[in-house]
Design a protein around this ligand. Structure first.
Ligand SMILES: [Zn+2]
Length: 301
């Protein structure tokens, strides 16, 4: 297991917000102690504007550098432009590692990204690292077909809009598949239906039984595999956990291990990127997912 992590990602924000530095610092500490055999790497590459412009409008990059809040969830923080770019760099390196070695890579960074659209930051997200990674993998890493599996409890509206625009027309037509499983109704309110055969959504009702939610996640992953992607990118959110403070879903720790096992069983190169997950148990949920993804011996452990 390779973990891409830059400790600087904890250098902004506040413990008064759900999306807070302790999410990653506590998870990093736990994983280093519990799995001393796992490899850690600080992403070194500086992300260029050219890379960000694969997914974002030039005006959004200029706006990110301005000291003005986007919304209450997504305020301006000093240096947020650099933090968001480092999160993108980690995602790109995770994708590169997965394609080069066919072994798991996980980006343990913040801010998350899947709500960020081409032109706007929202929902704790400033740049959409998974959409950028998908576009980058196709253009520069030799992956002709890239699928995004998004089990975060919130709809990946930003990823959906960016990849849907690219997969329906132009040079990337048919190249991307997007599958989101999320609480509905819930933030941000989208994701109630499919936008097309390659842009799919599985809305799950609040407080739905675990089995219903897991069946939707399985169906979404089956659709990802049927697309026959060269690379699977996972928007790894852990906020569908039963005790997450900002959602109303029912998954337990063992269910995140199930997701990891399923991902391994696809047999395809895959990289996962931390999105949401706000409970104090986040370190244990991430560990369950990563352990089962990497190692058959930990199934149902
Ligand atoms: Zn979320």
């Amino acid at each position: 297991m390779l973990i891409l992590h830059d400790p600087q990602c904890a250098d902004y924000g506040s413990s008064m917000r759900p999306e807070q530095p302790a999410r990653v610092t506590r998870t990093a500490t736990h994983l280093r102690t519990a799995h001393p055999d796992w490899s850690w790497r600080v992403p070194s590459a500086v992300v260029t504007d050219e890379t960000l412009l694969l997914a974002h409008a030039p005006g959004h990059l200029r706006r990110l550098a301005q000291p003005r809040d986007f919304d209450a969830d997504t305020p301006y923080f000093p240096g947020i432009d650099g933090h968001a770019r480092r999160s993108v760099a980690a995602a790109l390196e995770a994708a590169r590692h997965a394609l080069a070695t066919r072994t798991p890579a996980f980006s343990l960074m913040r801010p998350p990204g899947h709500h960020a659209t081409a032109t706007n930051a929202m929902g704790f997200c400033y740049l959409n690292q998974i959409a950028i990674a998908a576009l980058h993998a196709r253009r520069h890493l030799g992956a002709a077909r890239v699928a995004v599996w998004d089990p975060d409890a919130h709809h990946g509206n930003g990823t959906e809009s960016i990849l849907h625009a690219d997969t329906t027309a132009g040079p990337h037509a048919g190249a991307f598949f997007f599958a989101s499983v999320h609480q509905s109704p819930g933030y941000p309110g989208s994701g109630t239906h499919d936008l097309g055969p390659l842009t799919r959504n599985w809305p799950v009702a609040p407080r739905a039984p675990r089995a219903i939610h897991l069946a939707a996640l399985r169906e979404a992953l089956d659709a990802v595999v049927a697309f026959q992607p060269d690379l699977i990118l996972v928007s790894a959110g852990f906020d569908a956990y039963a005790r997450d403070p900002i959602t109303e879903m029912t998954l337990e720790r063992g269910d995140f291990a199930t997701l990891g096992r399923w991902l391994r069983e696809t047999g395809r190169p895959a990289a996962a990127i931390l999105e949401g997950g706000y409970s104090d148990d986040l370190p244990l949920l991430v560990e369950a997912f990563l352990e089962a993804w990497e190692n058959p011996a930990t199934i149902n452990a």
